[in-house]
Design a protein around this ligand. Structure first.
Ligand code: NAD
Ligand code: DAU
Length: 339
């Protein structure tokens, strides 16, 4: 079995590569990644010499390059993680999100059709459903919740999802889609809430909380997401969407306070800053379908996962300090300078 994993040098993609090489030692995993600011080859250091692993520096929008790779590898399955993934960056500059997230998806699916793959899996997000109100804790996103996006990022992901379903109906491409809630864990890029707060707290820098910090996200340990995708590509029904989430809703401010507590840092570091434009209030996944059909349930409790994650950042300072010492500084200044 040969699986092409796009975006495998990023946060979730790399964790998925590690999971698959361990769980299926007889599979060949071919990682396609453009190595944008969010991709890091050093993340894949531990597997780069594995004979069942190949890394290809390639843009998913590069039709010729992608076709050539399919010709060489004749993959059975494609799992498309590659994307521009940060909401704040999409608000600053939407265009690259449309290019990679929509056009890139179509290029991957065209190659999948041409080479007759057995399964094309699109890694999507709960953000395609928009948000839920804080005063209706009884409401959750199900697979039939209407698409109702807020940011250029979520709109580009929703556009890709619609295209995936259209390729299934029009061309019979054997697709599946997963829509997951917020992930956390090792190799999470430090522009995102949890790693950013850990890195800033360790440096005794202000912890920039958007608005009042009341926004709620449904956090899932990254390994649980990887296991869900593994199940879906093997046993999920073709043409179906599966929501993936942990029933672990937390307000941003509570996460930041918890990180301060775990690191022994004062809450006086917390600084309320101008809110994100169009900021979604609450995400909450109903994972009943994937549980009933595939037996998936999250295994890592947040209390354990956040400790493991903080420990990982303490033990792997070199990985993230390397990232925040470069171009990231300009991004941080632009995003937070006079916020
Ligand atoms: P990430 O930003 O950490 O990684 C994205 C990876 O894609 C990087 O390695 C980058 O180099 C690569 N990439 C970007 N553009 C590319 C292109 N044109 N061609 C080839 N590679 C390219 O993102 P992530 O957080 O790991 O998210 C992975 C996927 O999961 C995305 O599709 C995202 O929408 C989805 N998702 C993320 C979360 C989350 O909480 N992080 C939750 C649900 C869904
Ligand atoms: O729900 C899934 C989505 O989760 C994925 O599709 C996205 O790719 C992923 O980036 C993530 O999106 P969010 O916007 O929810 O994640 P982020 O870490 O950027 O922000 C989480 C919350 O924290 C959000 O309410 C904004 C807030 N925040 C974020 C940052 C970076 C702050 O208050 N301060 C910050 O500095």
């Amino acid at each position: 079995m040969t699986i092409i994993v796009t975006g495998g040098a990023g946060f979730i993609g790399s964790n998925f590569v590690f999971h698959m090489l361990k769980a299926h030692p007889d599979y060949r995993i071919v990682c396609v990644d453009k190595l944008t600011y969010a991709g890091n080859l050093s993340t894949l250091e531990s597997v780069i010499d594995n004979p069942n692993f190949r890394f290809c520096k390639l843009d998913i929008c590069d039709r010729e390059g992608i076709d050539k790779l399919f010709e060489e590898e004749r993959p059975d399955i494609v799992v498309n993680f590659a994307a521009e993934s940060h909401v704040d960056r999409s608000i600053e500059n939407p265009e690259i999100f449309l290019q990679t997230n929509i056009i890139g998806t179509s290029v991957m699916m065209d190659a999948s059709r041409k080479y007759d793959i057995k399964r094309y899996h699109q890694v999507s997000t709960d953000e395609v459903y928009g948000d839920l109100p804080l005063d209706r804790p009884d409401l959750f996103f199900t697979e039939t919740t209407p698409i109702h996006t807020s940011s250029p990022y979520s709109s580009s992901k929703a556009g890709a999802d619609l295209l995936v379903l259209a390729y299934h109906r029009t061309y019979g491409l054997p697709v599946t889609i997963s829509r997951c809630s917020n992930n956390y864990g090792p190799y999470h890029f430090p522009e995102k809430l949890i790693p950013l707060m850990i890195a800033n707290a360790l440096a005794d820098k202000p912890l920039p909380v958007y608005g009042k910090g009341e926004n709620v996200r449904d956090w899932l340990y990254v390994e649980d997401h990887c296991k869900a995708i593994d199940l879906i590509i093997h046993r999920g029904r073709v043409g179906e969407v599966y929501n993936v989430g942990g029933h672990n809703e937390m307000a941003n401010i509570d996460i930041v306070r918890l990180i301060c507590k775990e690191l022994g840092k004062p809450e006086s570091l917390i600084t309320y800053v101008t809110d994100r434009k169009g900021h979604d209030m609450r995400y909450a996944i109903d994972p009943t379908k994937i549980h009933n059909e595939l037996g998936w349930l999250p295994e890592t409790k947040f209390a354990d996962g956040i400790k493991k994650t903080i420990r990982w950042y303490l033990d792997n300072e070199k990985w993230w300090k390397n990232i925040i010492s470069g171009e990231y500084q300009n991004y941080y200044e632009r995003m937070y300078g006079d916020r």
